[in-house]
Design a binder for this molecule. Structure first.
Ligand SMILES: [Ca+2]
Length: 208
């Protein structure tokens, strides 16, 4: 018990001291005008305690997990903006594939735990396929771990995005080893994706 309390305290200190800012790219809007998105209220944590691989063995129903991260978070970021979030582009392993669950590595920001987050599944043309909203604390723990979010089955025939809009309430893990160019900062209005070239969001898709 004493050891567990000590670990929680260390995480809290690191989160507060590592607040930072990040600027994402220029994006053309629908009229072709270049817009600049500066995410000044993006904060991060450094999670030096996570090193082990966390790929889970899946059951015998033929389920597969699509992962573009290595299972260890070197950093994590929270975006305190309403319509800006984290997204990963997934390619189904087979032509007909059913998305069943989403897994996110991260932790709930204890100061904003009653904020509503949104999980959105977008198709390859940024059309909304599914949306789930709930209090962040209802799904995410206050220490970093994998959170599994069950969703209704969605049949996929093409690439799709998993988007998390957390409004400052969740630090999403970022794996900096071998970026797979699958991670984006997603903007809802106007819809857009800004590629993240330095890390992989730790967001995974499970299906069959
Ligand atoms: Ca890593």
């Amino acid at each position: 018990m004493r050891k567990k309390l000590a670990i929680v305290a260390v995480i809290a200190v690191i989160m507060v001291s590592a607040a930072g800012a990040i600027t994402v790219a220029n994006m053309p809007d629908a009229q072709g005008n270049v817009q600049r998105y500066e995410i000044s209220n993006m904060s991060c944590f450094y999670d030096s305690m996570i090193a082990q691989s966390t790929v889970s063995s899946l059951d015998a129903d033929g389920e597969k997990e699509i992962a573009y991260d290595d299972g260890s978070a070197e950093q994590g970021f929270s975006i305190d903006l309403f319509d800006v979030g984290h997204a990963v582009l997934f390619t189904p392993p087979t032509k007909l594939w059913t998305l069943k669950r989403v897994r996110v590595y991260g932790l709930c920001n204890v100061n904003l735990s009653n904020v509503i987050f949104a999980l959105e599944i977008w198709d390859n043309d940024s059309n909304l396929l599914y949306k789930l909203t709930d209090y962040s604390i209802a799904y995410f723990n206050t220490t970093s771990e994998w959170t599994e979010i069950d969703i209704p089955d969605i049949n996929m025939t093409d690439d799709f995005y998993v988007c998390i809009f957390e409004r400052g309430s969740i630090y999403v893990g970022a794996d900096t080893g071998n970026p797979k160019m699958r991670s984006y900062v997603v903007i809802r209005d106007p819809k857009g994706m800004v590629s993240e070239e330095g890390f992989n969001w730790m967001i995974r898709a499970v299906g069959a």
